[in-house]
Ligand binder design. Structure first.
Ligand code: EPS
Length: 348
């Protein structure tokens, strides 16, 4: 079983992560993690913070000479902007953010206590953890990739960039859709036997946990509801060399909560960033007077970043399912179990 925790505020000292359950004997390259962190910081529409930070990871435990030992891996990313104690009090909740519900639930009188942790800055640590999971998956030939499908309803890059530029000028923000794929995933990860062992359950939940994600589809997703069965389900074929496969992949690689050997395909919908340059109506939590919402430094669009984050999140869920199926103590044991299973599948 793989699990992780993160800690850290957007403008606190640093972001922290602990990844537990990685098998021993896996090579982890810090440079590769840092490249993933750089990818997360890129894309058009990002705010001024990205010019301040140059996210790099410090690996504090769990590795010796760059190789995992089976012990928990402790990670940190320093915040260059660590101004949390001097930042102004926030009393005007932003619609769309955790501000209002959070400040009431946790009984604070400064919304900053909420927004600092709710911020998507936390995703830098999830990308770090995802990068280590990608290293594990790489050992089994599994590859994760993603692309931005739409931004603000536009599907071509020129229009996306134009829209983002226009939104920046008028104090607006944009969301979008990303598609994340895992290729060469073996048949049989996850299980049909119980709700919480279904891999699609876990993937959907994990995707929804990414800040600002409001929808998740696997394969055809919502479009499948508008078609007849014969147009949706993927016909089965067999040949001696490749075994069983499908003519199409409308199921997005998952049937009954189990991977079916086709690529796992996930789409996520991100809402527009909640901080608007031209803020919406709100109410001051102290005076209860009508007022415009808080304007913080912000991104206009962070869909490219979400795409990279979602890769990391998918990598974790698939790596976790892999360790469950093939054992997670050492790479040697895991590979032996994997190879034996693949042989078994080939002669089925
Ligand atoms: C982010 C850092 C933040 C924002 C963004 C994500 O930096 P700051 O708040 O200092 O400008 O750019 O946060 C949000 C989208 C949010 O709603 O808080 C990052 O590192 O990704």
């Amino acid at each position: 079983m793989l699990r992780y925790l993160t800690a850290g505020e957007s403008h606190g000292k640093c972001l922290i992560g602990i990844l537990e359950g990685m098998p021993s004997g896996l090579k982890v390259d810090k440079g590769t993690i840092n490249l993933e962190l750089k990818r997360r910081q890129a894309g058009f529409g990002r705010g001024p913070r990205m010019a301040i930070e140059s996210d790099t990871v410090a690996i504090l435990s769990g590795l010796r000479k760059g190789i995992t030992m089976g012990s928990p891996i402790a990670l940190s990313i320093e915040n260059k902007d660590a101004s949390i104690d001097t930042l102004p009090v926030v009393t005007r909740p932003r619609p769309g953010h955790a501000d209002l519900a959070g400040v009431i639930k946790y009984d604070r009188d400064d919304i900053r206590d909420i927004l600092e942790r709710a911020s998507a800055r936390e995703t830098a640590m999830r990308v770090t953890i995802g990068a280590i999971c990608k290293a594990l998956l790489d050992e089994f030939g599994i590859r994760i990739g993603s692309h931005v499908v739409e931004i603000g309803g536009a599907a071509d890059q020129k229009t996306m960039i134009k829209k983002a530029g226009k939104c920046a000028k008028i104090g607006e923000t944009l969301g979008g859709i990303c598609e994340i794929t895992a290729a060469a995933v073996p048949i049989g990860l996850g299980s049909h036997v119980h709700y919480d062992r279904r891999l699609d359950t876990r993937i959907a939940g994990a995707m929804m946990s990414i800040q600002a994600i409001k929808g998740v589809e696997i394969g055809l997703g919502f479009a499948a509801a508008r078609l007849t069965g014969s147009k949706v389900h993927d016909e089965i074929i067999f040949d001696r060399k490749n075994g069983f496969s499908r003519k199409t992949n409308n199921a997005g690689g998952l049937e009954g909560g189990i991977t079916n050997g086709e690529p796992v395909v996930v789409r996520i919908a991100m809402k527009p960033i909640a901080t608007l340059g031209k803020p919406l109506a709100s109410v001051d939590i102290r005076t209860k007077q009508k007022i415009r919402a808080q304007v913080e430094r912000h991104d206009v669009c962070a869909v490219h970043a979400a795409s990279v984050v979602a890769e990391g999140v998918l990598a974790f869920e698939i790596a976790s399912a892999m360790t469950e199926k093939f054992g997670g103590d050492s790479m040697k044991e895991m590979k032996r179990n994997f190879d034996g299973y693949i042989k078994q599948v080939k002669v089925f």
